[in-house]
Design a protein around this ligand. Structure first.
Ligand SMILES: O=C(CO)[C@H](O)[C@H](O)COP(=O)(O)O
Length: 215
């Protein structure tokens, strides 16, 4: 299992400093949606330049203009971008087209998909092979977690790469380790920890150990 650090409510300057301190523990740096809104694709460019050995995900959460917006992320150096799963199929297909042209990948974010059992097969029919099971921060504030959706997606998906995000931290990570996700995403659980570097190290030990157990 890989660990993805979501850099959300943090400045680009602070994100680069944190990235340097935790680079040994992180497999994928996520330039989170708030950081993209704040700093644009410069954040993606800077991370790819400073951390060329790491994968970079631009959490673009695309809902329209699929090819154009996905291209912006890939041209800036992203290995992955994201598109919202409840948007129109045309937009999903345009993102997939950009991914194929750039030899990169698109994660479909499951946020607010109501019928996982029908929407996941529909998306796979379009060619989707990466899902990000995600409960957003607003939904987290009323107690929702991505646990149930992760199990559902794992059950109905043919063979997709699956990441999971939504309030995961040192106290809850054990609930996710055996549910079959390929990538565990942590944002606030590291960024808001009293000691972010120690949190990243401890989480990485659990996540990477789980990879060894699974193989
Ligand atoms: O996509 C996001 C918010 O929309 C976050 O990056 C994702 O939820 C991970 O952050 P956290 O661990 O704080 O929930």
């Amino acid at each position: 299992m890989k660990m993805q650090l979501a850099l959300d409510d943090i400045s680009l300057a602070d994100a680069l400093v944190l990235g340097q301190k935790v680079r040994d523990y992180v497999d994928i740096f996520e330039i989170g949606s708030p950081l993209i809104i704040e700093a644009g694709m410069d954040a993606v460019r800077e991370f790819k330049q400073k951390f060329p050995d790491k994968e970079i995900l631009a959490d673009t959460k695309i809902v329209d203009a699929g090819e154009y917006e996905a291209d912006l992320a890939f041209n800036a150096g992203a290995d992955y971008c994201t598109v919202i799963g409840i948007t129109d199929d045309l937009t999903i297909k345009e993102c997939l087209k950009a991914a194929v042209q750039n030899e990169k990948h698109v994660f479909v974010d499951t946020i607010n998909i109501q019928a996982i059992d029908t929407r996941i097969p529909e998306l796979e029919e379009l060619g989707v092979d990466h899902f990000s099971v995600h409960v957003g921060v607003d939904q987290q504030s009323v107690g929702k977690t991505p646990l149930e959706t992760l199990s559902e997606v794992r059950k109905v998906s043919k063979n997709a790469v699956i990441s999971v995000a939504g309030g995961i931290n040192l106290s809850t990570v054990h609930e996710y380790l055996s549910l079959g996700a390929d990538i565990l995403i942590v944002g606030g659980g590291i960024n808001h920890a009293q000691d972010p570097v120690a949190a990243a190290k401890e989480l990485a030990a659990k996540v990477h150990h789980s990879k060894i157990e699974a193989s």
